[in-house]
Design a protein around this ligand. Structure first.
Ligand SMILES: [Zn+2]
Length: 279
């Protein structure tokens, strides 16, 4: 009797296993081919709706765990920059209800999650010293979201040995596994091990952010100053943001190379009367 029950359970487990594998294979067939806003081919396995759901759930979690800064001045300031940037987004991204929360956290960090959820640490103001520099950070973070880097990162994991584990998480796994998945979204250190964004994702987010800030009427040259501030702030130990967003001279080099085009867009934005006053 016992043996039969065990066997049944095992068979059920196997069935579950096969269903998950089927799910992964189906996802591969249906949605594997995608292109980033800058024309790069991407592996995208999950429906955006699922990523949005994960992002929103993770955000709710963070707001429960992390003290939130209620100061109306700081909140209005950050919201003003986010509004100016997201107004420049195209298509479906413009319709997203972008929400921003200021967290009381001394590390110079910020993040944006799928589903349009943005977090700014109070410590970020040590590096982002004016609205243009704040727009550079937030444009970069929004860039990660609209280029679906979180989805790509989870998808790459799905396609490797942890694939089935992650599929199990998506089917409703343990809180521990869920945390692992959240860390793939690039959420703050609070939720576990962080994977730094890849050089390729960083570069893409930089260029998208530069374009957004310029079109919104923020001075794109301030993006260089921002990264220099970040670097100075860290001294020998890099600030939080740099440990999850690896920086190097290459970043500044690439931004400078794209500056001429960005300045042209900035000029057109100013001529069109876009003068954000978010202070
Ligand atoms: Zn980044």
């Amino acid at each position: 009797m016992m043996t039969k029950q065990k066997l049944l359970t095992r068979t059920q487990r196997q069935m579950h296993h096969f269903r998950l594998m089927g799910l992964v294979a189906l996802a591969l067939l249906l949605t594997a081919c995608a292109t980033s806003p800058l024309g790069r081919k991407q592996l995208i396995l999950l429906p955006d709706s699922q990523m949005d759901q994960l992002g929103r759930a993770s955000y709710v979690d963070l707001k429960k765990k992390q003290p939130v800064e209620r100061d109306p001045h700081e909140n209005r300031y950050v919201q003003c920059v986010v509004d100016a940037l997201t107004r420049e987004l195209a298509g479906p991204w413009r319709k997203v209800q972008w929400e921003v929360t200021v967290f009381k956290d001394d590390s110079a960090n910020a993040f944006a999650l799928p589903g349009g959820k943005i977090g700014v640490h109070t410590g970020l103001f040590k590096a982002a010293k004016n609205q243009h520099q704040l727009a550079a950070v937030l444009g970069h973070e929004i860039g990660h979201v609209i280029a679906r880097h979180g989805n790509e990162r989870v998808s790459t994991n799905l396609a490797t040995q942890t694939g089935l584990q992650l599929a199990a998480v998506l089917a409703g796994g343990s809180p521990q596994k869920k945390q692992q998945l959240m860390s793939l979204l690039g959420v703050g250190a609070q939720v576990g091990v962080l994977l730094p964004f890849s050089r390729r994702h960083e570069s893409e987010a930089d260029l998208i952010g530069l374009d957004l800030m310029a079109r919104a009427g923020f001075d794109p040259r301030q993006s260089i100053a921002l990264w220099q501030n970040m670097q100075k702030l860290g001294g020998s130990k890099p600030p939080e943001f740099l440990s999850t967003h690896p920086a190097n001279e290459r970043r500044i080099f690439d931004l400078n190379r794209a500056m001429e085009g960005a300045l042209a867009k900035y000029g057109r934005a100013l001529a069109a009367g876009k003068h954000p006053r978010c202070h």
